[in-house]
Ligand binder design. Structure first.
Ligand code: GUN
Length: 283
């Protein structure tokens, strides 16, 4: 079998075009546009790239972008002060603090200082709790993008065996919650799981989000599985995912490439969350 390659770039482009149309309508009919503030602390090269891509996507969607750069030596108080100002700014509908933050900063305290209605990353403890308890929540962008790709590929996820590899607050945990909400049967594995190949072989859906280059082998997969690779690992051979793509595509029925799979969906979902936040604030 040769797997269908899931084109995240194309799906993301469709979504971004839809969002741009809605932003255009808001602007022409109501005279305002959604605004997204992105906060970058320090100069981590990967974070710089992500922030630049997010800023570009915001502008292309017709939204207002506000970029705030702070030195890596910034104090917690100064960062919290900036967030308080963004919370109070009516032109800012979404706030994103790029992670990771330097060691002197309490990451959880910073995330939880963001107004939950402006928390377009969905990382605030109240948004995480709302998602876990089935209430309306701002949903983290990467797992939301993965869910959209899965639904497009499979239709209903009801009753399907899904394996999430990774238990981070950003991807693994919210991914598991979203799959449960869609009535999948969900297993969450991680670096300490005992029999990862065995767990994989039982899964119709594998979502790899552990940050270990090419961890998931082709012969770990159930034939016909749908594989979503969230990994972005920089190696001497270039950017690779958490899945051995060449081997996996011989076994899977569909698989996301790296790059061009999940990454573009994350950015499209960030714009979608910003538009949602903006519309809610107006309503
Ligand atoms: N760092 C890595 N991924 C993310 C993300 O989705 N949002 C933010 N804010 N920081 C990140």
């Amino acid at each position: 079998m040769s797997a269908r390659i899931i084109d995240g770039r194309a799906r993301a482009a469709e979504l971004r075009a839809q969002i741009a149309t809605e932003v255009g309508t808001l602007k022409s009919e109501h005279g305002w546009v959604p605004g997204l503030a992105v906060v970058l602390v320090g100069s981590d090269p990967a974070s710089e790239v992500y922030v630049r891509m997010k800023g570009k996507a915001t502008a292309e969607a017709g939204m207002a972008g506000f970029e705030h750069r702070l030195p890596s030596t910034v104090t917690q108080a100064a960062l919290l002060d900036l967030i308080a100002r963004l919370n109070a700014d009516p032109a800012v509908h979404g706030i994103l603090v790029q992670l990771p933050l330097p060691p002197q900063i309490d990451e959880a305290a910073v995330i939880d200082a963001i107004a939950i209605a402006k928390d377009v990353d969905g990382f605030h403890v109240q948004n995480a709790g709302r998602l876990a308890t089935g209430q309306a929540a701002m949903v983290p962008c990467t797992p939301l993008g993965c869910l959209m790709l899965l639904r497009a590929e499979l239709g209903s996820l009801e009753g399907r065996d899904a394996l999430v590899i990774g238990r981070s607050n950003i991807v693994g945990k919210p991914m598991a919650q979203l799959l449960i909400r869609d009535s999948a049967t969900v297993t969450v594995a991680h670096s300490r799981s005992r029999d990862l190949p065995g767990l994989c072989r039982r899964a119709e859906i594998v979502i790899a989000a552990v940050g270990r280059p090419r961890l998931v082998q082709g012969d770990w997969l159930k034939p016909g599985a749908v594989v979503i690779d969230v990994g972005v690992n920089r190696t001497p051979e270039g950017l690779v995912g958490d899945v051995d793509f060449e081997a996996a595509r011989q076994v899977a029925s569909a698989i996301t490439p790296v790059p061009g799979g999940v990454g573009p969906m994350t950015i499209a979902c960030l714009l979608a969350n910003t538009l949602t936040a903006a519309c809610r604030s107006a309503g």
